[in-house]
Design a protein around this ligand. Sequence first.
Ligand code: HEC
Ligand code: HEC
Length: 308
Amino acid sequence: MSLRRDPITPALVLYLLATLSCRHAQIPLPSIAKPVPSDAARGETIVRNVAVCGGCHAADPRNDVDGPLSGGTEFQDWRIGTSRAANLTSDAETGLGTWSEAEIVRALRNGQRKDGRLLAPVMPYEWFHEMSDDDAFAVARYLKSLPPVRREVKQSPNLVFKLGKLLFLAPKPSISASAPPRGATPEYGGYLAQHVGLCADCHTPRGGLLATPDKSRLFAGTAHPPKDFPANPSNLTPDNATGIGQWTETDFLQTLRTGVNPKGVSLHPFMPWRQIRRMSDEDLRAIYRYLRTVPPIRNEVPRRGLAR
Ligand code: HEC
Ligand code: HEC
């Protein structure tokens, strides 16, 4: 007896394979109306002290977050395969040497590579999407000023991610954004905590098939973070019992400056307080004042992982 083969299946597989290499339509490159007040210094502050890009992009994030941003650290997820933090130095062949500032801004906010391919969402463009034009271009300017380090970083997306890109994942739409005026206000703090710093990215639980952030539980913390998190992100909502409802502004500043919370617990270094502590008083106060305004959520997050 001969097995009848379905002629559709091989045709479909061939079709899928042929289209897997398809690229997304390019999001138009962002432009900036007024010249950026040449702000590599602002960019450095964002990259090193606020967003702490080195937590992923440093050559050795475990031991030297502030070191060269030559990338290589691996992230594994069944939905993505293996993605590796890119080399952000200005090396022409293996880094961003040939990228324009606008292309860097697009990667940051829309999740598109120079050639238009979608970046793995490990790169938090979900949150950077609303970073202001001024801040995003300042970041790009700072990256372009980094001395080149040669390090080739390869991406190994799996079939799930390739199919996802083909079928339903897409870059974020293009925008032009401005930041609220700088100052110790909840508005500015909300901007910093969500779109410049990655406080919201780590401290918000994820859910669903795509592990997207559950924005109805913003800052609620989680006992079930992505598996590469060595510690559980705390509840930062103003809930009195399980969040930071009882903390004063001084408690908050002191915790982020010393890495020791009001209960005397030393924070795990995965919480990048050693970098965040370099933020200005004004910026930290803004974040605290913003966090008082988010809805309190009762969510007990047990501590896991020991501080070094
Ligand atoms: C949680 C980890 C993480 C953080 C934090 C992070 N990135 Fe990324 N980033 C990645 C990964 C992983 C990739 C590679 C994704 C891919 O190629 O599919 C990437 C890719 C990029 C790219 C594209 C480069 C290329 O060659 O394709 C740029 C530009 C970039 N990141 C800039 C930044 C900047 C600037 C910051 C901080 C403001 C930052 N990233 C923070 C993980 C991160
Ligand atoms: C890379 C992930 C990550 C980022 C980014 C991050 N945090 Fe955290 N944070 C954590 C983790 C994990 C803990 C818990 C540490 C522990 O259990 O020792 C924590 C703890 C804290 C605590 C202590 C809470 C307590 O109850 O002791 C505060 C306050 C805090 N983070 C504020 C912030 C702020 C503000 C930002 C942004 C400027 C931020 N975090 C960014 C992961 C992160």
